[in-house]
Design a protein around this ligand. Structure first.
Ligand code: C5P
Length: 249
């Protein structure tokens, strides 16, 4: 009986996801220079394709995503128009310049979201190994709980600094949080307003929702959804892509 109810609930939420207007905001407004080579990481290539194109393409492939807003560095709008033509993007409705930090960039993107938007999918442009399956899994959970994030469990022991020493964190209850982070659009609007009013410092959007008292549910998406940050990440990403291509043959 319980299982049946759960199954029908899952089906309802899947239908809701397809019926809702789903907006993606892809933030690529950072300098991206920690990755080396003097070129912002989002404009470097991995296995022949631009990092940002890999990211945007994953969202383009999701039938349930209705619009994509790209947040770029100031002055890069024309470059993104070239990418849009080269990669055949059909869902990119706005390309807007970002702000001084990630949250400010998300807010710039959020301003361009359609009035029809039911859910907003916020994603780091640098997380180019995201897949349509990951996007769908997180979106599905957000339809159930209002707010959900991609995450994975740590494999190392985790400790936090406390009272001048270290304190162990229970690995079974610890999450490494990734993107996409998906929210009911009205929930995120209210949470972002509160975060700006309270001037809190945030590194992700889940913190914005948590600060406003909303519960955010993690979805285990595994360890491949890495954020390209350092030169080593390019090597890892090439290897993961090669593995994926092998298993698709
Ligand atoms: O710097 P970090 O890699 O943590 O940034 C995460 C994402 O946020 C990146 O895709 C980056 O381009 C974006 N970002 C942004 N605007 C900023 C800073 C970062 O869009 N001012």
């Amino acid at each position: 009986m319980k299982i049946k109810k759960t199954a029908s609930d899952i089906l309802d939420k899947a239908i809701l996801m397809r019926k809702s207007f789903n907006s993606a905001i892809i933030v690529a407004g950072g300098s991206g220079l920690r990755a080396g080579e003097g070129i912002p990481k989002q404009h470097r290539r991995i296995a022949g394709k631009h990092v940002i194109a890999r990211t945007v393409d994953a969202f383009e492939k999701c039938a349930f995503i209705n619009e994509i807003i790209i947040v770029c560095r100031t002055g890069e709008e024309k470059l993104y128009e070239k990418y849009a033509a080269k990669y055949g993007w059909m869902k990119v409705t706005s390309i807007v310049p970002g702000g001084d930090d990630r949250f400010a960039s998300v807010i710039e993107g959020f301003k361009a979201v359609s009035d029809k938007s039911g859910y907003v999918y916020i994603h780091d442009g640098a997380r180019c190994l995201v897949t349509p399956d990951i996007i769908q899994a997180v979106g599905h959970q957000a339809c159930i709980s209002g707010a959900a994030v991609a995450a994975c469990r740590p494999v190392d022991s985790c400790k936090t600094e406390r009272d001048g020493g270290l304190k162990n964190l229970d690995r079974e209850k610890t999450w490494l949080v990734q993107t996409p982070q998906v929210f009911k659009t009205e929930l995120y609007r209210a949470a972002a307003y509160t975060a700006m009013k309270d001037r809190i410092a945030v590194t992700d959007d889940a913190s914005v929702a948590e600060h406003a008292g909303f519960k955010v549910v993690p979805v285990n998406c595994g360890r491949e959804n890495i954020k390209i940050t350092s030169p080593l990440d390019f090597v890892l990403a090439e290897a993961i892509i090669a593995e994926r291509e092998k298993s698709n043959v």
